[in-house]
Design a protein around this ligand. Sequence first.
Ligand code: SAH
Ligand code: MG
Length: 195
Amino acid sequence: MNKVELQNIKEKALAEHIPIIMDDTLEALEKILNDVTLNRILEIGTAVGYSAICFSEFLQDGGVIDTIEREEDRVIEAQENIKRAEVEEKINILYGDAVEILPTLNNKYDMIFIDAAKGKYPFFLEQALRLINENGLIIADNILYKGYVMSDYNKHKQRTAVRNLREYIKEVMENPNLESQILEVGDGLCISKRK
Ligand code: SAH
Ligand code: MG
């Protein structure tokens, strides 16, 4: 991977207010990813490809990332970025709405990274549970959503998102097949291991 290009991609995304994975979130994840075997990763929410490019470092030889994005402009920019970062043989972008694409997928993944519409997190979880390998990781970014999720403030205009994020947390915590923890890094990261 081309690290200089990765830095350029990151700076441009930040300047354009694209919500890429935060540094401390990535650091926390990297510690975990160093200890697991990743042949196949699924990402929901590519944006401009920054997190997918970062994750590609943790793939085994021959491993792949499938990443889903519904905004055409972002798909185009992500494709360019992936090429610039010299990881195009490792990352496939699936263009479309994850709500429609996920049910069509059938191959299993070792890690599924959920980082798209917060109101859809419970649906993404349902699909992730179907698509995750045993011992795989289901990881959800932005799970604490600026602190709204853990506060009792319920009149915010984002309350649908908050309700769905709370439902996601409840479901992973109650699921006997998962071992879950929430890390207070970045915007909140929920890590669930499929037992
Ligand atoms: N993972 C990226 C950031 C993703 S930002 C990174 O860290 O670099 C969230 C992205 O999800 C946005 O680009 C948005 O267009 C996309 N998105 C939101 N809902 C979606 C959906 N239902 N299907 C596909 N993409 C979606
Ligand atoms: Mg995010």
